[in-house]
Design a protein around this ligand. Structure first.
Ligand SMILES: Nc1ncnc2c1ncn2[C@@H]1O[C@H](COP(=O)(O)OP(=O)(O)O)[C@@H](O)[C@H]1O
Ligand SMILES: [Mg+2]
Length: 212
């Protein structure tokens, strides 16, 4: 079992969007997946509920408690992957999610302000790395305006954190919000879409980081 958490103390950066689509892409590849919703706002659970009659791709379980790292093994014993959708703000919850993880993805929007705001989660991750040497973490650029390069100011702001940045990025696309409103992944909504392709690329990159 490998655990990937999607964390940033800032809200609205795309944690839930990445979590549900990454979980969906992994399950599409034949992996058994559990999506753990650790946000008290329970957006991933809302996403699953919005599916209505459509069969669930994977179970979504709510666990907004700072004991995630202690219980994740029991909750997801038979799964290949656990994807954790993290909470904004709550530090003890984020710390618990980090301790539960093999890989932490940090979504950041390509603006220096957003990158500076990720300092808090980066510090928590670096602290955890002392006790958990195998822990990996990487930034994911989200909500990028299509056909624009990541600005030099953004790249240099990210460099100061000394964590890798995934090559795959997630663009700002209407399909992310549209598919979420009906509880679908972008791949289910339109498997040929640019969004489906970038989610696929992200998933491949995550699998290669985890050597899966
Ligand atoms: N790449 C994207 N393109 C368009 N809309 C997005 C994208 N990522 C997130 N959103 C929208 O922005 C809002 C916040 O995203 P969400 O994934 O819920 O962020 P978080 O979980 O970090 O608070 C949602 O309405 C979501 O549909
Ligand atoms: Mg969320």
């Amino acid at each position: 079992m490998k655990t990937i958490s999607v964390l940033n103390q800032k809200g609205g950066v795309g944690k839930t969007t990445i979590s549900v689509n990454l979980a969906a892409a992994l399950s599409r590849k034949g992996k058994s997946v559990l999506l753990l919703d650790c946000d008290p706002q329970a957006s991933a659970l809302d996403w699953a509920n919005a599916r209505g009659e459509v069969e669930q791709l994977f179970p979504v379980v709510g666990c907004p408690k700072p004991t995630v790292h202690k219980v994740v093994g029991d909750i997801a014993r038979d799964k290949d992957f656990v994807v954790i959708d993290g909470a904004p703000r709550v530090t003890d919850l984020s710390r618990s999610c980090i301790m539960a993880s093999d890989l932490v993805l940090i979504p950041v929007q390509p603006s220096p302000y957003d990158i500076w705001a990720s300092e808090e989660i980066v510090n928590l991750i670096k602290e955890a790395m002392i006790y958990k040497p195998g822990l990996q973490a990487a930034f994911v650029i989200t909500r990028r305006i299509p056909n624009t390069a990541i600005g030099r100011d953004v790249a240099s702001a990210l460099e100061t954190f000394e964590l890798p940045i995934l090559e795959s990025t997630i663009a700002q696309r209407v399909i992310y919000a549209e598919s979420a409103s009906v509880g679908l992944s972008v791949q289910e909504q339109d498997k040929k879409s640019a969004a489906a392709q970038e989610v696929n690329a992200l998933t491949q990159e995550v699998l290669s980081i985890l050597k899966e």
